[in-house]
Write a protein that binds this ligand. Structure first.
Ligand code: GTP
Ligand code: MG
Length: 195
């Protein structure tokens, strides 16, 4: 995809604020601080259009970013952020679940995990839930630049094994820092957006 233009559209707190133009949507899920917003910035070649932070919990709403006139990235708040209240977490869970299960224009979900570490309990739960509902999914294992290249295969193996990624499931090692996986992910996004 040649990104000519990318812009922030809306920080949605509920379905009545979702765009109505029916463009394909690519959603990002993953634990807080894993690198979801950074991944969007890397994909669209912008330093800080999607707000990133070393403080977890930066992304609080569903942030829509439109790429050209072609598609949206939908940046979700991360899960597993301790400072969010239980009630807030529950209501968020419901909204995310509803969006993922019912949104017709949702074409692909990127489950962003940290390649440095084995998946967390929440990562596994999310993966299982997405598989259970047979939703279009790609696991993106980011922050690869933080470990030596020689250790990537081992980390990839552990991540796949512990999540239960099967042959044929989409899995892309990634780094927002060095751009690893960007072309592969764009190719995948384009193939799903056309469906
Ligand atoms: P929430 O919005 O809180 O859910 O976080 P997020 O998942 O959007 O994470 P964000 O993109 O804000 O990144 C969190 C921190 O990790 C920031 O300090 C980023 O600079 C850093 N980071 C993200 N991706 C990478 C990467 O691929 N490599 C390196 N070295 N750092 C990264
Ligand atoms: Mg974020």
């Amino acid at each position: 995809m040649k990104v000519n233009n990318a812009e922030f559209i809306i920080s949605a707190v509920g379905p009545d604020q979702y765009p109505t133009d029916a463009l394909p949507e690519i959603a990002l899920a993953g634990r807080s601080n894993v690198g979801k917003s950074s991944l969007i910035n890397r994909m669209i070649n912008r330093k800080n259009l999607a707000r990133t932070s070393s403080t977890p919990g930066k992304t609080q709403h569903m942030n829509y970013y439109r790429v050209n006139e072609d598609m949206y990235f939908v940046d979700f708040p991360g899960y597993g952020y301790a400072k969010v209240s239980k009630t807030q977490r529950a209501s968020w869970g419901k909204m995310v679940e509803k969006y993922m299960a019912e949104r017709d224009t949702l074409k692909l979900i990127l489950l962003v995990v940290d390649l440095r570490h084995p998946p967390t309990g929440n990562d596994k739960m999310m993966f299982d839930w997405l598989k259970h509902y047979d939703l279009p999914l790609c696991v993106v294992a980011t922050k690869a630049d933080k470990i030596p290249k020689t250790r990537w295969p081992k980390h990839i193996k552990v991540m796949k094994q512990e999540l239960g990624v099967l042959p044929g499931d989409n899995f892309i090692p990634f780094s927002s820092e060095i751009g690893l996986g960007k072309d592969e992910l764009w190719a995948l996004i384009e193939s799903y957006s056309l469906q």
